[in-house]
Design a binder for this molecule. Sequence first.
Ligand code: SF4
Ligand code: SF4
Length: 176
Amino acid sequence: MASEQESQSLCLACGLCCNGALHGRTIIADNEIHKAAELGLEIELSVIPPGFKQPCVMFVGNCCNIYAQRPTSCQVYRCALLEKYEAGRVTYEEAMRVVDQGRSMYEAVLDSLPEGITVAQLRNILRIDNQKTTDWYHADENQPVVTEALLHFVVLSWHLDRFFRKPNTLQESNRD
Ligand code: SF4
Ligand code: SF4
């Protein structure tokens, strides 16, 4: 049986649902917007539903800076791997190995990012339905070459799809 403490240590070693690897955005309930903004989260009110961008500004040193006061959508969030571990369908060691692999892949993305390019931009480049960003990518020959970082991001995304995202709903209800 999975212990609460082991679940927490898995998440502490991971952080892939806060650092921009898994999600580009976290949705927030209307009645929590004010408090979240006071805590320092940068809420996008012009986007429906309201939320905040990832990587989350509160994610510092691989920890949530406002853990005890984090929004409900963060409190209830469980990736597929954590659910599987808590249901006893994967051991702690197996889950930690998947986390470690994901972290290494994420580090490879960061290490290959050209100066001035963010993980969020890579995510948008891969969204072929985002015409504005694909224009940005193709139009300006002076933009830095992001090919290597993109390849690492694709490998990471494949790993996340396989182990962390829920089957059939590659998007989560409170994250996108
Ligand atoms: S992605 Fe899953 S294992 Fe990693 S921190 Fe988030 S909930 Fe925990
Ligand atoms: S508020 Fe905390 S738990 Fe929520 S996304 Fe930001 S760092 Fe993660």
